[in-house]
Design a protein around this ligand. Structure first.
Ligand SMILES: Nc1nc2c(c(=O)[nH]1)N[C@H]1C(S)=C(S)[C@@H](COP(=O)(O)OP(=O)(O)OC[C@H]3O[C@@H](n4cnc5c(N)ncnc54)[C@H](O)[C@@H]3O)O[C@H]1N2
Ligand code: MOO
Ligand SMILES: [Mg+2]
Length: 421
């Protein structure tokens, strides 16, 4: 059994991100949400585009007002009014000012803005009552960003803030990575579709639905390939088809030691390199990871194969712990692939056999900015999917520790994604 951290390192090492050229496509800004840039976004506009005013007030020449005071105001002639969106019509000369509003373009000759509150208007003249700082309230052209530089780097996920920046910079077409394709196979003679009435011994293939949902949430493209019975030839055919179709294959079931657990045997027969056979975690112990290298130097990348345990909770725990980070790395994201961990105070005793890293599902509550963890009620065994629906996180008891007492701090894997990138 591989320690969890070693399994994670092995898996992330096996993942080679999608290719910036071959695996990229152009999308328009409105449908680019949560896509990942495959090329730098470069703007052709400076930010600010022009020197402009940060206040409603008067655009002046600093040298004209440098000795102003309320006792001895400097009186300037107002030669024009510049509102936002208007182009100044004339330069400001000695003794002149322009009425200006927030965001409006600075007129030539003026270098400073005096806030309206520091002035007194008298018809077409304005008295300046205090000395401003030189260049006060002028937002200088290109002081935030210079045209031609990298605005957003490759590997950036496009969320609201990034999309706002790209819209402002008139970057309407973005080169983004295609979504990784993930084939999903359920193995097992006992499995049926949700609409099929159950015969004795049968159960619904819930893993297909759970994994499809998780793959979609991770920004990848799920390819649900249905149920495959526990028959080696049929399984072999289904696996070959999945490997030929997808970047990553997820199967569930058939990875333990039972007589009908064929996954490893078939992967070996198909020429896979086996990298992980079991992991010291509970649930999720029989997780199997293999790699298929392209037979010859083709355009195709290697395909990663994850044989997940069939138990519904085990399959999902393996997804959050290993597959979500692998898909995020594959998708071209620059960093932050891993799960989100938070620290929480446990509301109950949490126990483990101490031999495997133990994942206990339950509910994280955020109370006054601090997390508390409540384990799910009822049986915590990996076949019980029902109380998993109460969970939004997994408390982790490390190897060598037989428990965490109520009131103590515990590390919790929170379902979801890191906020940035
Ligand atoms: N003698 C041993 N038996 C088992 C061991 C072991 O070490 N020695 N490990 C146990 C652990 S831990 C797990 S986890 C399971 C893994 O089993 P498999 O991956 O071989 O999965 P199956 O045997 O096919 O199924 C297990 C369980 O899950 C249900 N299942 C399977 N597929 C689905 C699906 N798509 N949707 C919903 N439920 C599914 C299946 O009906 C079984 O109940 O092995 C233990 N045994
Ligand atoms: O490892 Mo199994 O996944 O304990 O239930
Ligand atoms: Mg089995």
């Amino acid at each position: 059994m591989l320690p969890v951290s070693q399994a994670e390192a092995t898996i992330l090492d096996l993942v080679k991100p999608l290719d910036k050229q071959r695996d990229a496509e152009f999308v328009s800004l409105l449908i680019a949400i949560e896509r990942i840039l495959a090329a730098p976004a470069i703007g052709h506009l400076d930010f600010p585009h022009w020197d402009n005013s940060a206040m409603d007030g008067y655009a002046v020449r600093y040298e004209d007002v440098q000795y102003a005071s309320s006792q001895q105001p400097v009186v300037l002639e107002i030669v024009e009014e510049i509102s936002a969106g208007r182009s100044p019509q004339q330069p400001i000369k000695a003794g002149q000012a322009a009425r200006i509003f927030t965001g409006a373009v600075m007129p030539e000759g003026a270098d400073t803005v005096v806030m309206q509150e520091q002035t007194q208007r008298e018809g077409d003249r304005v008295a300046i009552l205090t000395v401003p700082q030189p260049q006060a309230f002028v937002r200088h052209q290109a002081s935030y960003y210079q045209a031609g530089k990298t605005l957003l780097a490759p590997g950036t996920m496009l969320r609201a803030a990034q999309i706002a920046v790209l819209a402002a910079a008139q970057c309407n077409q973005l080169k983004v990575y295609r979504r990784p394709r993930v084939a999903i196979i359920s193995t097992g003679d006992e499995l049926v579709h949700p609409e099929t009435p159950l015969e004795i011994g049968q159960i619904v293939d819930s893993n297909q639905y759970a994994l499809t949902a998780l793959v979609t949430q991770t920004g990848a493209e799920p390819i649900p390939m249905g149920i495959v019975p526990d028959r080696p030839l049929v399984l072999q055919k289904a696996f070959s088809k999945a490997i030929a179709t997808a970047d990553v294959v997820l199967s569930s079931g058939g990875v333990s030691v039972g007589d009908y657990d064929y996954v490893e045997e078939i992967l070996t027969a198909l020429g896979a390199e086996m990298h992980v056979r079991s992991v010291a975690m509970k649930p999720g112990k029989p997780l199997t990871v293999a790699k298929f290298s392209p037979a010859h130097a083709t355009e195709r990348k290697p395909v990663l194969y994850f044989g997940l345990p069939g138990n519904p909770v085990s399959a999902l725990v393996c997804f959050w712990r290993f597959i979500q980070p692998a898909l995020r790395k594959l998708s071209g994201l620059a960093d932050n692939w891993g799960p989100v961990y938070v620290r929480a105070r446990s509301r109950q005793d949490l126990s483990s056999d101490g031999k495997r890293e133990t994942y206990i599902w339950g509910q994280l509550h955020l109370i006054d900015g601090y997390f508390e963890f409540q384990p799910a009620s009822g049986s915590l065994n990996s076949g019980n999917l029902i109380n998993f629906a109460q969970a939004n996180g997994l408390a982790i008891v490390p190897v060598g520790q037989t428990g965490i007492a109520s009131g103590e701090e515990v590390k919790v894997l929170q379902f979801g994604f890191p906020i940035m990138s």
